[in-house]
Write a protein that binds this ligand. Sequence first.
Ligand SMILES: Cc1cc2nc3c(=O)[nH]c(=O)nc-3n(C[C@H](O)[C@H](O)[C@H](O)COP(=O)(O)OP(=O)(O)OC[C@H]3O[C@@H](n4cnc5c(N)ncnc54)[C@H](O)[C@@H]3O)c2cc1C
Length: 284
Amino acid sequence: MDYDLIVVGGGPAGLSAALTAVCYKLKTLVIDAASAGGAPMNNFPWKIVDNTLGFRNKTGKEVADIFVNHIKEEGVEIKENESIENITRDDAADEILVETNKNKYTAKAVVIAIGVLGKPRKANVQGENLNGVNYTLTDPNLYAGKKILVAGGGDTAVEWAVGLAQAGAETAIMHRKDVFRANEKNQNDIAKSSVKILWNTETKEILGENGRVKKVMFANNQTNETKTEDFDEIFLALGNVPHSDFLEKINVKTDERKMKILVDETMRTSIKGIFAAGDITKVA
Ligand SMILES: Cc1cc2nc3c(=O)[nH]c(=O)nc-3n(C[C@H](O)[C@H](O)[C@H](O)COP(=O)(O)OP(=O)(O)OC[C@H]3O[C@@H](n4cnc5c(N)ncnc54)[C@H](O)[C@@H]3O)c2cc1C
């Protein structure tokens, strides 16, 4: 047996689970498909996180670095850029096999803490593979002075648009509805910002020059009026494709939409030895 515990996903939940494991002297491995630190590190590293107890005026990356360093100082082994592809229980050996895109490991127990973000949803329009089409925003300051289009209507899209505008980018946001899904704070922030809002608008095509974004053709879905405008970069925040296929493959009990792992009050899943933590869980 390689480890007492393997934690799948190194976000706030996975790292908290690893810290608890250390208290019980379990030999623990944390594996993350991207960088350890989870969504604060990989999805909003630049954003000020102002609702985490004990942290004020720190960016997502700064908060994530504190989490990750804490765990490293406790001696927990962390593997990054390694994606878990399957998890199976061997009843005879009473162990769990964890298969990644690089290795195979065995453990007495596994905690699944993969969050809910899955993969970014595509717009499925022509030109989406051009350079300058982005699904994450790592640092708004890189785009100061550029002309930017953000597509989407949730918190992520609104936060990106406001962040880009504050960093000095000429920013427009397009949303297929006439109201944002974003929370009240984000709606207030965008109302006060210089972001130009295109309501009831959808991307039709992204047009490029030398492999890079040059223009976007978009249409108003109420009037069918079509417009083409120059942009330097496009940020697509159209939501995420959940982990449903992975959850189905590992055969763990989920909610009806196959988006969340069902757990009991001690975070046990339907499979012996496999636990879950964080955003991916729903108490059965
Ligand atoms: C844009 C954005 C802004 C947010 N802002 C705030 C905020 O201001 N305040 C707040 O409290 N919350 C905020 N949240 C929510 C917060 O980030 C989450 O609630 C929190 O990160 C959940 O932690 P988690 O550990 O469950 O999952 P995550 O943080 O999502 O971590 C999951 C980890 O699992 C990894 N992973 C996924 N699949 C695999 C796989 N197959 N193999 C290996 N690793 C895998 C991922 O790479 C990721 O690092 C925000 C979220 C987003 C997306």
